[in-house]
Design a protein around this ligand. Structure first.
Ligand SMILES: Cc1cc2nc3c(=O)[nH]c(=O)nc-3n(C[C@H](O)[C@H](O)[C@H](O)COP(=O)(O)O)c2cc1C
Length: 324
């Protein structure tokens, strides 16, 4: 399956793993890249550039294939501007294949990354942001629909509308994210003009993702209406599993909670512990509406191969289906 995205990242299949705090580790990254997609190491898992460098080197021991690094430029309580500078510098020194940026554009780092040969992509939730990313000289743009796990933009536009709007507005290749878990989603995204897909939630329910088995079991059980949009009141909305903590946050937000109280409830350390211990109720567990489409735990190789096979069949057979 060849698109401008497979060519840009030199990968077999146009399937990319998005940044996933605590979960996108060198091991998961290598499993996805070895399966023919583009794996991801999430820089914010680490506290320094040198820790990130060690993770990049670990992934290189596990795969000879290309992979990317996610750097989320959202306001952080834990990471300083200097650490972000180091993340980009280390990626350039290590000449990683790609960087996926989210939050504010990586203006101050673009030239250094391009000189190091890194392919740059940025996650956006609006046409105006996609146009800006293209103007800044990024290589690709990720259209992030409102149904996505993590932090969808507060414009609240779902992928079915956002993706074709961005495709018709820019010339650089567009990657679709939000709501995709299988070959049907891949076929739909390609049909709407995307040249690749980026997924988060689906990769949590793979064998190589280091979460407690209870988490995977829970994701298989949960339906598409069981996510909640938290922290909208502080302009940092996140889509998470509807659990006791998410309901508590929504209630507090309605009452007008203080930012400091919200920060402690949403702390990354809570999520880290929950992914590891399998506590599905008392931490923010970021997942998208696509959770309703996950029916089993598979390996990354099984996932990517079935996605591509099913998408091909759908794209080939659909024409025949509608002919008289
Ligand atoms: C558990 C989890 C953690 C995430 N953490 C990050 C992150 O640290 N940085 C980021 O840019 N996106 C993050 N995301 C968003 C994903 O990269 C991706 O955009 C999103 O999951 C796509 O939607 P989907 O979940 O429907 O596949 C996270 C998503 C999940 C599910």
């Amino acid at each position: 399956m060849r698109t401008r995205i497979t060519e840009l990242f030199e990968i077999e299949y146009p399937v990319i793993c998005g940044g996933m705090l605590w979960l996108a580790t060198p091991e998961l990254c290598a499993a996805i890249s070895n399966a023919g997609g583009l794996g991801n190491i999430t820089a914010c898992n680490y506290n320094s550039g040198e820790e990130l460098r060690a993770a990049i080197q670990r992934a290189r021991q596990l795969t000879g294939k290309p992979f990317g690094v996610n750097i989320s430029l959202f306001p952080s309580m834990r990471l300083t501007e200097e650490v972000f500078d180091d993340f980009f510098r280390v990626c350039a020194e290590e000449r990683v294949k790609a960087i996926e940026v989210s939050g504010r554009p990586a203006v101050k780092y673009l030239q250094m990354c391009r000189q190091a040969g890194i392919k740059m992509m940025h996650k956006v939730g609006a046409v105006r942001h996609a146009l800006n990313i293209e103007r800044l000289g990024y290589d690709a743009v990720i259209s992030l629909g409102f149904e996505a796990g993590g932090h969808p933009l507060s414009d609240d536009v779902a992928a079915m509308v956002l993706l074709p709007r961005i495709v018709e507005s820019v010339k650089i290749p567009v990657i679709s994210a939000g709501g995709i878990v299988d070959g049907r989603g891949l076929a739909a995204a390609l049909t709407l003009g995307a040249e690749g897909v980026l997924m988060g939630t689906r990769f949590i329910a793979t064998r190589e993702c280091r979460v407690h088995s209870r988490i995977r079991e829970e994701l298989v059980k949960r339906e598409e209406h069981e996510t909640a949009l938290v922290c909208k009141s502080i302009n940092l909305q996140g889509r998470a599993l509807k659990n006791e903590l998410a309901l508590q946050i929504l209630e507090l937000e309605e009452k007008g909670i203080e930012l400091a109280d919200l920060v402690s409830l949403m702390s990354g350390q809570r999520s880290l512990k929950a992914w590891q211990t399998g506590d599905v109720e008392s931490a923010p567990l970021m997942v998208g509406q696509s959770v309703g489409l996950i029916k089993e735990t598979v390996t990354c190789r099984e996932l990517l191969q079935s996605m591509v096979k099913d998408a091909r069949e759908i794209l080939e057979k659909n024409l025949a289906r509608f002919e008289g």
